[in-house]
Design a binder for this molecule. Sequence first.
Ligand SMILES: Cc1cc2nc3c(=O)[nH]c(=O)nc-3n(C[C@H](O)[C@H](O)[C@H](O)COP(=O)(O)OP(=O)(O)OC[C@H]3O[C@@H](n4cnc5c(N)ncnc54)[C@H](O)[C@@H]3O)c2cc1C
Length: 374
Amino acid sequence: MDLRLEPELLQIAARARRLAEERLAPRARRSDEEGIFDRDLVPQLGAAGLLDDRLSAQATALIAEELGRVDSSVRGFVTVQAGLVGHCLADWGTEAQKEAWLHRLRAGEAIGCYALTEPEAGTDARSITTRATRTDDGWRLKGEKHWITNGGVADLGLVFARADEGLSAFVVPTSTPGFERMPMPGRELGHRGSNHAVLRLEVALPVDAPLGEPGQGFKVAMSALGHGRLGVAAGAVGVLQACLEATVDFARRRRQFGQRIGDFGMIQAALADMATDLAAGRLLVRQAAWLRDAGEDNAQALAMAKLFCTEAALRGADQAILIHGARGYSNEYAVERYWRDAKGMQIYEGTAHVQRVILARQLLGRDEGGASGG
Ligand SMILES: Cc1cc2nc3c(=O)[nH]c(=O)nc-3n(C[C@H](O)[C@H](O)[C@H](O)COP(=O)(O)OP(=O)(O)OC[C@H]3O[C@@H](n4cnc5c(N)ncnc54)[C@H](O)[C@@H]3O)c2cc1C
């Protein structure tokens, strides 16, 4: 087994790292503090080739890790844009839908959002109540979505609604009359540089608006999450990498009792655990990505990667804050942001409970029902 990355993968990881360090790092703290989604970044991500749904799963994971190491809000944007929206259109779209949107999404000239979650339908995606009704000349959609990443800035929404045929997906330009959006109420714990919106829809759509056949929406939604969860897991590896780098640096410099705090056994044990989690998480992500690229079923590997990496990032960020002492409790240092962002990653695109449900069902041989999570 050769675990070395091929030169093309190393190149794309280096390109993502360069963009993250040059463009994201200088503005990550301000964007978190002020809750700014920086739209100007989007064409830059496109020009660097980081929004392309045609990249291999391994390349996608490396990009997510490098962006996640610096700014989880931007990593989240990329996962939604390329992982959820781009892939879904490429996999399920008609030629006309692809022609209309894919090039613009890849170039960062248009922004997409993925609208599954509703006030009363989170993990249980099958229970959504947004209604899709056939009309004489197309479709009518009515309902409300919440927590939609990119929702307030998107040009295109992939919106899931219940039709007579069952759960269905629709391609909805946000310029459609009756597509209302507003910021989520309250202030998010993390991912504060992302745009999260409530969408209120009462829209008329053309006959060719469905993505995939009406009634196939659950399959469409889950196929998208298959791509998205890889980005979240890899992004969490990036967060853990950032926690380790920050903490090693701090443990070398901070002195108490006349010695570096890194020379205390308890600090060393925490660093060793973080480094081990990091290596294990990275391998789980590599496995899930490799299986997808090989065209094999990666559902189990993906659930393990999403579960382990997000929780390892949380553990790592928790230790990073503790080891920074009071400094870690202030946004003078980035480790408190890493913890706030990692907490969100444990929740969206299938909570940690749901990943355990998926794994337990595979172990126990029962694979029915609808636990999913947008
Ligand atoms: C930062 C952020 C960005 C998001 N972006 C998007 C987006 O772009 N698009 C989108 O559609 N949604 C998005 N979401 C919503 C997200 O996908 C949902 O929050 C998530 O699926 C969980 O749904 P819920 O919050 O309604 O919790 P619920 O489903 O109500 O769950 C509540 C609790 O019950 C547990 N639970 C539920 N079912 C089970 C079960 N079967 N077994 C065990 N435990 C269970 C859950 O794990 C959780 O702990 C985002 C959320 C966040 C925080």
